[in-house]
Design a protein around this ligand. Structure first.
Ligand code: ADP
Ligand code: MG
Length: 529
């Protein structure tokens, strides 16, 4: 890997990179930075967590002219959270150079944004919907934009931003430098690239295995009713530093977070219905460790960059292999080890095997954690805490009393009692969750328009294997083409053509995006409607 000194960057940028703690470039950065510095249009493809932000951010801040008072670069991101994350990274990269950048996203007070725009930022990082609002109000002008970056382009198209992106890009001068980044390259991304990039270089870093090898993956077969008990035992047994638990719907997330709190766990829920303040609060608590269990929907957790997640638990099996990979990818980041557990009901076993096949990774079956294992896990945790305090913290002020107590009582009994106190007893509250439908492969359906043959789910519907192929491989809008053996597991049929007037979908309603892809019954937005 190259060090950042080798790219010929300005000293102020190098200093910022050093302060950020980056020692050498990641593969996507090594390939992208030189091309971007030459001004080449490019398509960058690499998994989440590979450093794509700095791959475009570094050459961008390097070339921005600091005396410029008009917007000279535009970065588009799918969600508010990602826009904020990217903006933070750009801010850090550009701080010694004194670059002005501003995130612009839906939900935030527009008047406040207009005021911030008056400070003449050179770089705008925005979500498409809100950007268009500003463009229409003429509070953002794109006439001087020289660089455009589409970040997480696949996510943006999934969320139905195709039209908005097209409208925005048509307003940027054609003489410009355009870069597109995406974890996957479905056909609609290629179409977008063809339309708006000129002779782009394709830069990709595709891992051999779809899912990270550092993640230890296991599943537990159980019944819906056993899930909560299994979850609390698993948490006790594994004593995660930070865990993300995935539930299928918003209701599920709310119920689970509440149930965990009732049992005495430091847990919070995260989903698209929360206000932005609530979301920010939850994320802050998770990052600073004041909660150690985050319960989330796929949509809410996607793209979040949280380091130090030791465990991912799929309380509900995800619908598709791609979500599975995204979910478990929240752990095992930056070369650290992670553990992913998945709960599977008997009727979902076939679906799990399908996920294994597409991700080309075996998921090991483990037994339900027993009560004894859970207790042992908790006790071990307490013992570790005690030893940690003994070795690393001052505790002299307790020694006098300790000696007195030891003179009167048996040492084993004393320590056992202290451990019991520290471990805390699980609150014996009854927990009742609303059951979720099991995930099943979709029935084969032929659309009259595309096949001209038949409608409905009759064909092969008695044969589960056949069903699955129909659902994932066969008909129009196929999402997992057979021939590529699963590498393009993320190819999707996109979410174009949805109304672009609904601005709230940028955040509060982000669950919508999945609906365009998979008409599944228990999707979070549907449940809440
Ligand atoms: P992506 O957009 O590919 O999902 P990010 O740009 O969000 O990934 O980067 C993931 C994490 O890696 C961030 O916390 C980022 O600060 C960090 N990172 C990026 N580049 C480097 C590097 N060269 N060395 C160390 N950490 C890096
Ligand atoms: Mg990114």
């Amino acid at each position: 890997m190259k060090t950042f000194q080798e790219f010929g960057l300005e000293p102020k940028i190098l200093r910022a990179i050093t302060e950020m703690g980056f020692e050498e470039s990641t593969p996507i950065q090594e390939k992208t930075i030189p091309l971007a510095m030459e001004g080449r249009d490019l398509i960058g493809q690499a998994q989440t967590g590979t450093g794509k932000t700095a791959a475009f951010g570094i050459p961008l801040v390097n070339k921005i002219n600091i005396t410029e008072e008009r917007i000279s670069a535009l970065i588009m991101c799918p969600t508010r959270e990602l826009a904020i994350q990217v903006a933070e990274e750009i801010e850090k990269l550009g701080r010694f150079k004194g670059i002005r950048s501003l995130p612009i996203y839906g939900g935030q007070d527009i008047v406040k944004q207009i005021r911030a725009l008056k400070k003449k930022p050179q770089i705008i990082i925005g979500t498409p919907g809100r950007l268009l609002d500003h463009i229409n109000r003429k509070t953002i002008k794109l006439d001087d934009v020289k660089t455009v970056i589409l970040d997480e382009a696949d996510e943006m198209l999934d969320m139905g931003f195709m039209e908005d992106i097209q409208s925005i890009l048509s307003l940027v001068p054609e003489e410009r430098h355009t870069m597109l980044f995406s974890a996957t390259m479905p056909a609609n991304i290629q179409k977008l690239a063809q339309q708006f990039l000129s002779n782009p270089e394709h830069v990709s870093v595709i891992p051999k295995q779809v899912s990270a090898p550092l993640i230890d993956q296991a599943y537990i077969e159980l019944h819906e009713k056993q899930k909560f008990e299994a979850l609390s035992r698993l948490i006790d047994m594994e004593a995660p530093d930070l865990a993300i638990i995935f539930g299928r719907t918003k209701r599920r997330v709310d119920e689970l977070a509440e149930a965990l709190q009732k049992r005495g766990y430091a847990a919070e829920g995260l989903h698209g219905d929360l206000s932005q303040n609530q979301r920010d609060n939850v994320m802050r608590k998770f990052r600073d460790g004041s909660i150690d269990v985050l319960v989330a929907t796929d949509v809410a957790a996607r793209g979040l960059d949280v380091s130090g997640v030791t465990h991912v638990i799929n309380f509900d099996l995800p619908q598709d292999p791609e979500s599975y990979v995204h979910r478990i990818g929240r752990t095992g980041r930056a070369g650290k080890e992670g553990t992913a557990w998945t709960f599977v009901t008997p009727r979902e076993i076939d679906h799990l095997h399908f996920i294994e096949k597409v991700t080309r990774h075996r998921i090991n079956k483990k037994p339900l954690p027993s009560l004894a294992e859970a207790i042992e896990g908790k006790q071990k945790m307490t013992a570790e805490r005690i030893l940690d305090v003994m070795q690393n913290e001052t505790h002299a002020e307790f020694k006098g009393l300790a000696i007195q107590m030891l003179e009167q009582y048996d040492s084993v009994n004393l320590l056992a009692a202290a451990m019991k106190l520290l471990t805390g007893e699980k609150k014996a509250v009854e927990i009742e969750l609303t059951p979720e439908e099991p995930i099943r492969a979709r029935k084969k359906k032929f659309d009259v328009r595309s096949s001209g043959r038949r409608v409905g789910g009759g064909y092969g519907s008695g044969d589960r294997r056949n069903d699955r192929q129909g659902g994932y491989g066969g008909n129009t809008g196929s999402r997992y083409p057979r021939k590529d053996g699963g590498r393009e597991y993320g190819s999707r049929d996109g979410g174009e053509g949805r109304s672009s007037s609904n601005r709230t979908r940028e955040y509060g309603n982000s669950g919508n995006r999945d609906r365009s892809r998979t008409p599944r019954k228990s999707e979070e937005t549907l449940v809440n409607k």
